[in-house]
Ligand binder design. Structure first.
Ligand code: UDP
Ligand code: MG
Length: 320
């Protein structure tokens, strides 16, 4: 199997026939073997029965995973990836806002030697105020914080080599952060403009509140990617900083007392200093606990703390 399309679906009954038409139209022109893994995320309309009908007609290409209830787009994408078999995975939305006709272009880009090609909805057809503006700001912030500069994290249409997807799980709204994880395991990443269409049928499942979730996820992702194998650097750094501030305040009080005869108890500075000291010390201790957790995590699963692109003259299973 060369190529897997992974498609999350929640209440998209009117879009599905058009989606299948569009998929067949491009996939029939491609030489690769392919499958479409469609994940029904607990739809309440007829999406599932429509999917079943297509799966019966074309068992070679159409695979369906159906959830017991709505778990959200990220979970649907995670399941689709788990149950897919292709070496290359292309994610796209079911509502035809992404255009399957862009798939060959993404594949051509992967062939240039990239591991991940990110779609960029350069001419996005969503609500400007509630969607496009917050999304633009979020993209700038995510790019700045993570150092992975992409214009459009939120665009589902992206192509991935399977190896860069392995080794991490998707939670929350995290599918959009796959490029950040991929970058942390050394993937070669690029982006290219893709088409975007307004939604014809059904309505969007999201509003402004998603931006808040995305920002919270950004904290987790940044922490996991930058510090998950060395948490003491973060906790210890913060703790050390607090203790230094504490020491400076104390020194100031000391100088004031000894040379200017001002009683220490005239201001709350002494209490502040003590508080900073305790917080700083606690933070360093938390860092040590986090270090223990990291060791349990890596060692219980024999998870290496590095990723290998390939081995020369070394057998794959020979790692001690
Ligand atoms: N989706 C899903 N589960 C959900 C919400 C959405 O599987 O709980 C699917 C939805 O059917 C669509 C894709 O995720 O295929 C993107 O959703 P939507 O079009 O609502 O998002 P937008 O394009 O407005 O960001
Ligand atoms: Mg959409």
């Amino acid at each position: 199997m060369n190529l897997s399309l992974v498609i999350p679906i929640y209440n998209e009954q009117d879009n599905l026939p058009l989606l299948f038409d569009a998929i067949y139209q491009v996939m029939n022109t491609l030489p690769q073997s392919w499958e479409a893994v469609l994940v029904d995320d607990g739809s309440r309309d007829n999406s599932l029965s429509i999917l079943q009908a297509y799966a019966e007609k074309d068992a070679e290409h159409v695979r369906v995973v159906s959830f017991r209830r709505n778990f959200g787009q990220t979970a649907a994408i995670a399941a689709g990836i788990d149950y897919s078999q292709g070496d290359i995975i292309i994610l796209l939305d079911a509502d035809l806002q992404n255009d399957p006709a862009d798939i060959p272009m993404l594949l051509a880009k992967l062939d240039e030697g990239y591991d991940l090609v990110s779609g960029w909805r350069k001419d996005r057809k969503d609500n400007a105020v509630t969607r496009n503006l917050p999304s633009m700001l979020a993209n700038k912030l995510i790019s700045y914080v993570t150092g992975v500069h992409l214009h459009d994290y939120g665009c589902t249409l992206k192509a991935y080599r399977r190896d860069v997807l392995e080794g991490f799980r998707l939670y929350g709204e995290m599918h959009r952060f796959i490029p950040v994880y991929a970058n942390s395991v050394g993937a070669r990443i690029t982006e290219m403009p893709v088409r975007h269409h307004p939604r014809k049928y059904g309505k969007t499942k999201y509003g402004l509140e998603r931006t808040a979730k995305v920002l919270l996820d950004l904290f987790t992702v940044k922490f996991l990617v930058s510090y998950s194998s060395k948490p003491i650097y973060l906790f210890g750094g913060a703790g050390g900083l607090l203790m230094i501030i504490s020491a400076i305040i104390l020194a100031y009080l000391f100088v004031r007392r000894v040379f200017f005869f001002v009683a220490v108890s005239t201001s709350p500075l002494f209490q502040t200093s003590a508080m900073f000291f305790i917080l700083g010390f606690q933070s360093i201790l938390m860092g040590l606990i986090a270090e223990l957790l990291v060791r349990t995590y890596h060692e219980s699963q024999r998870k290496p703390t590095y990723t290998v692109r390939n081995l020369i003259n070394i057998h794959k299973d020979s790692r001690g």
